[in-house]
Design a protein around this ligand. Structure first.
Ligand code: PMV
Length: 320
């Protein structure tokens, strides 16, 4: 049976950075995110007893580099003695460029693989399997506003609000095409010990999460923006001050941040966030989206603008 599932990337407003257990990929801190709707990854999975090896294609081209990670995730879902699988992936946005493509990919993969091997784990169990492959993927199992808590033994993930409860718009400014030079996994491992800011980053996370949770409950855009920009800049400060430093920003990134701050100073409800890559995500109230998109689109060097509302968690699209 071939099962196709789809998931969207999520953007963290309180960031996850650092691992407390590298082996199990357990995040050092909790995080809070919004799931998008316009960007997506689909995964079609079929276990085939006669097959000699797993295969993976991405947008119709073989993708052998990603296969070991995908294979390990399939082992967790279907057991190490599973039949080999044919996996066909489609993604409608740039991959490995700091746009959370691994979050949508592994969220879709676990949902498709779980159904294809005849299991029906609950959402939290699927989130934990996805999180073992890519920390942020656990959040893409859920739609809207999502909080991930990092417990002593495992993660817990819950939806705080549905997309329709507080519909925000995200405008993504692509400031550099192509894959990022350092993966988030590598970057996190290198930044954990050496940054002088790391201990403080961990210490302050509970407070940042509480501020963001309260802002979401109160639909307080200004408060959410303040804490989101603060945790984004703190996360990048940890990266910048690790050895060797990890600097994902480029000059266009900075121009976009400046443009967003100017828009806000001019009364437009918008704030920025960025992940492990040079792309800038502007989160705004829907009435500001057209102005934000036009302003960022006019920034010198911006290669592409994508606009998205908030969407649902990973789900099966079809079984055949
Ligand atoms: O899911 P990973 O292991 O690729 O980590 C991604 C971490 C950030 O995107 C930089 C922050 C976050 O919370 O999503």
């Amino acid at each position: 049976m071939q099962v196709t599932a789809r998931a969207q990337p999520n953007i963290a407003l309180v960031k996850y950075w650092g691992k407390k257990d590298v082996e199990r990929n357990l995040p050092a801190v909790g995080s809070l995110s919004i799931t998008l709707d316009a960007l997506w990854t689909s995964m079609a999975v079929e276990f085939q007893p006669g097959l000699g090896a797993d295969s993976l294609s991405l947008n119709d081209a073989p993708a052998p580099a990603l296969l070991p990670r995908v294979g390990r995730c399939l082992d967790t879902v279907a057991g190490p003695d599973r039949p080999r699988a044919r996996v066909i992936s489609e993604c409608n946005f740039p991959v490995a460029a700091g746009l959370a493509s691994s979050a949508s990919a592994f969220a879709a993969l676990v949902v498709a693989a779980d159904a294809a091997c005849g299991r029906s784990r609950d959402r939290l169990a699927l989130a934990r399997v996805a999180g073992a492959a890519s920390g942020s993927a656990a959040r893409s199992l859920y739609g809207g506003y999502v909080e991930l808590a990092s417990g002593a033994d495992d993660i817990d993930v819950e939806q705080l609000a549905r997309p329709a409860d507080w519909p925000l718009t995200v405008v993504v400014a692509v400031t550099a095409s192509g894959a990022k030079p350092v993966s988030s996994t590598d970057a996190m491992q290198r930044s954990a010990a050496p940054s002088p800011f790391y201990a403080r980053w961990i210490e302050e996370q509970a407070e940042d999460l509480a501020l963001a949770r309260t802002a979401v409950a109160a639909r307080d855009f200004e408060a959410l923006g303040a804490v989101a920009e603060h945790t984004c800049l703190k996360m990048h400060s940890v990266m910048w001050t690790s050895r060797p430093a990890v600097v994902y920003w480029n000059h266009v990134t900075l121009r976009c941040l400046q443009a967003i701050r100017e828009l806000r100073a001019g009364g437009h409800p918008v704030f920025f966030t960025m992940d492990a890559g040079p792309q800038v995500k502007a989160v705004c109230l829907p009435e500001a989206a057209a102005t934000v998109a036009a302003t960022l689109g006019a920034v010198d060097g911006v290669a592409k603008i994508m606009t998205s509302g908030l969407g649902d968690g990973a789900r099966v699209l079809e079984s055949a």
